[in-house]
Design a binder for this molecule. Structure first.
Ligand code: FES
Length: 342
């Protein structure tokens, strides 16, 4: 593949409302200047956040949307980062750019009639998007949702969940908080096999959609397997706003010097067994990334020249692929390669 591509199409979005969900979480309602934007519940939007030191791209799950609007429910993280900037600066009437919705953590993965959602913290957002869709289209769905939060004040969407539950007879919801306050009647403590098996006794026979921090998802994956669940029935999604350099940094075992890799004009090398992202980060060249699994689109780069083995996992639209974009976290070099940050 050898091509010079135009910039991928960006959405120009206007913020039309901001509402507080918890003391540290806000929902931003966005409307595209070009008209209604379609998305599949569970997909994410990659925002171009104009930080003072330069714009950064961050992926956030779409928590909902109606009438072509999109809602992002975002927890404020550390000062100086993208989420804090959005909390402090994005107001009703402001504009922001984004790449079109993308991602494969959707009901398209479903192969079982019995579902379980297991989420931690902000990992509730894709679940909520999928749940709203199920409540409207398949209210009889057999679904058990276990959500872990730090304290009762941080439980997202509690009021709406109660309303949805009244419309979905086969929906059970269990919430566990690690810092319970007086008057809390739900589960207490972090996710554990005992707690999860109590809340969802047939977990191993359900298809699990899991979203939360990496360690949380690994733990839930082990619990699901221990309860007899099949690996193919376990789907994960890292929640939005992951660290910009959070990609897998596995040490390359190969002695093969591999190929040349040029990133924004800077020449480095790439071994056959590493991705464009791994090679770049290993040699001190930062490419923003989120999921590290080809799903969120944050690490999208423009392929200027060279042959590659590109395996996007829902994080690239067909139009972007046709325009010569690849995902650095899921692309390996098959010749000398030149890329440019998108
Ligand atoms: S980091 Fe998410 S697609 Fe590469």
């Amino acid at each position: 593949m050898d091509m010079q591509a135009p910039p991928a199409a960006l959405l120009s979005l206007s913020c039309i409302a901001v509402r507080d969900e918890t003391p540290t979480v806000k929902t931003f309602r966005l409307r595209a200047d070009s008209g209604p934007v379609g998305f599949t519940p569970g997909q994410a939007l990659v925002l171009k956040v104009p930080l003072p030191g330069g714009p950064v791209w961050r992926s956030f799950t779409i928590s909902g949307g109606a009438g072509g609007d999109l809602e992002l429910t975002i927890k404020a993280q550390a000062p100086g980062g993208a989420t804090r900037w959005l909390h402090e600066n994005l107001r009703d009437g402001d504009s922001i750019e984004a790449r079109p919705p993308r991602g494969a953590f959707t009901l398209g993965l479903r192969s079982n009639d019995r579902l379980a959602f297991v989420s931690g913290g902000s990992g509730a957002t894709p679940m909520m998007a999928i749940l709203r869709h199920l409540a409207d289209t398949e209210p009889e769905t057999d679904l058990a949702w276990f959500h872990a939060a730090r304290d009762p004040a941080e439980v997202l969407f509690a009021r709406e969940l109660a309303e949805i539950q009244s419309r979905m007879p086969n929906l059970t919801v269990a919430i566990s908080v690690s810092r319970a306050a007086p008057g809390w009647f739900g589960y207490r403590g972090r996710v554990s096999r005992g707690r999860l098996a109590t809340a969802i006794p047939d977990l191993g026979r359900r298809e699990v959609f899991c979203c939360g921090p990496q360690g949380f998802m690994q733990e839930v994956r082990l619990i699901h397997a221990a309860e007899g669940g099949a690996l193919a029935q376990f789907h994960t999604e890292s929640f939005g706003g992951a660290a910009p350099a959070a990609a897998p940094m596995a040490e390359a075992a190969s002695e093969d010097p591999g190929f040349g890799l040029t990133v924004n004009g800077r020449a480095i090398g790439i071994r056959p067994d590493e991705t464009l992202l791994q090679a770049s980060l290993r040699q001190g060249v930062i490419i923003p990334c989120g999921c590290g699994e080809g799903m969120c689109g944050t690490c999208m780069v423009q392929l200027v020249s060279g042959q590659v083995d590109s395996r996007p996992n829902g994080g690239l639209t067909p139009e972007e692929a046709a325009e010569g974009y690849v995902l650095a976290c899921s692309t390996r070099a098959a010749s000398d390669v030149e890329i440019r940050l998108a």
